[in-house]
Write a protein that binds this ligand. Sequence first.
Ligand code: PMP
Length: 426
Amino acid sequence: NETAARRDNFYAASQSKFIPFKDPMVFKKGSMQYLWDVEGRKYTDLLGMNVCISVGHSHPKVVAAAMAQAQELTHCTTMFYHPVPAHFAEELAATMPNPDGDIEWVVHFTNSGSEAIDLAMTMARSYTGNLDLLALRTAYHGPTAAAQSITGISGWRHPGMPGNVAFVAEPNQYRGIFGAGVDPYLDEIERTINTATTGQIAGMFIESVQGYGGIIEMPHGYMSGAAERVRAAGGLLIADEVQAGFGRTGDHMWGFERDGVIPDIVVMAKGIGNGFPLGAVVARKHIAAPMAEKFMFHTYGANPTSCAAGRAVLQVIREDKIQENARTVGAALLERLRALKHKHEAIGDVRGRGLMLAIEMVKDRKTKEPDPQTTAAVFEACRDSGLILSKSGAFQSCLRMVPPMCLSLQDVDQVHDGLDRAFSSL
Ligand code: PMP
């Protein structure tokens, strides 16, 4: 395979290690929830090309909007005014919760999730005057040095990352160190603040549903309880909605909304651009304000071509009832996955909501010992059934499903049958 050989020869090892399948897959075409490789084989993309494809591969309305903008003016650096990003900022701000209408949400555009994470860290530190940050142990927040510094799993973090970060045990209801429940995990936040920090916090980063962590949902009351404790220590609640945002959880536009909590800063990327490079920090106006005292400039931030795609994504989410589809199709898929758990002993847990689901493989349901080998075998076998999934979790024992949110009920049957075949073939 020429493409694979070329990639292997010319990509740095730092980029080429993370190849998911044993044999290289070379893709040529995508349409909505489907992908085709160079040999013309069709796949259902349950990975959503890494959760980036929110409304569908090469969605015609998103492509048309980006093409029209690229033809007129591809880039307009952010020191000048342009109507597209200005409109998009207004539209994004309007998606934020504002129950009493008194929150002024403002937007800072970046090009990726980790850039937005870095910015949120800086914003929280500038506003509070504190340095210490809290993050959950099994969260993933991105590849830049600052984003790695708040990423807990050591295999996802390289040497020499900046500090002032304390990690807190995640409220994993299946295998968390304090079992199921919320209070012990909230006590853990307080204990961490008192023992592992200066006691003065800049902020705590939380994904409302952890993505790479293996679809770990924050239980009811956790995010609001965390916000209380962190704010009491002078800090901010920062929601990383890079994976869980844009309607993916089915019940709300933003995953944190389920808990009724309103964060101080929200980080978003991936699904915002449906594949176009785009990220954003959306913050309360007074929290972003102190950063104006110093220089901060993202050359490609607010790029009109990506923002035109982003505006089209928001429009399609509304017009195609994407969030509703995530809810109903996600519920149907969850039910089928639960049926598979009854049938196949290797499945220890099935979880998630909307189109953000996972099954976790164990060697023994009682001990819950993670089973990355079975996970890898099922992952490979699913490829033969035309399904692309993703391995995730701290132990690589989860199969994550985060497809384009246009997935249909017919696809659910195919996913069920493919997984069933894969488990039966073990
Ligand atoms: N936060 C979360 C929750 C993510 O999943 C990711 C990327 N997988 C990031 C941040 C970083 O985004 P990017 O890769 O666009 O820098």
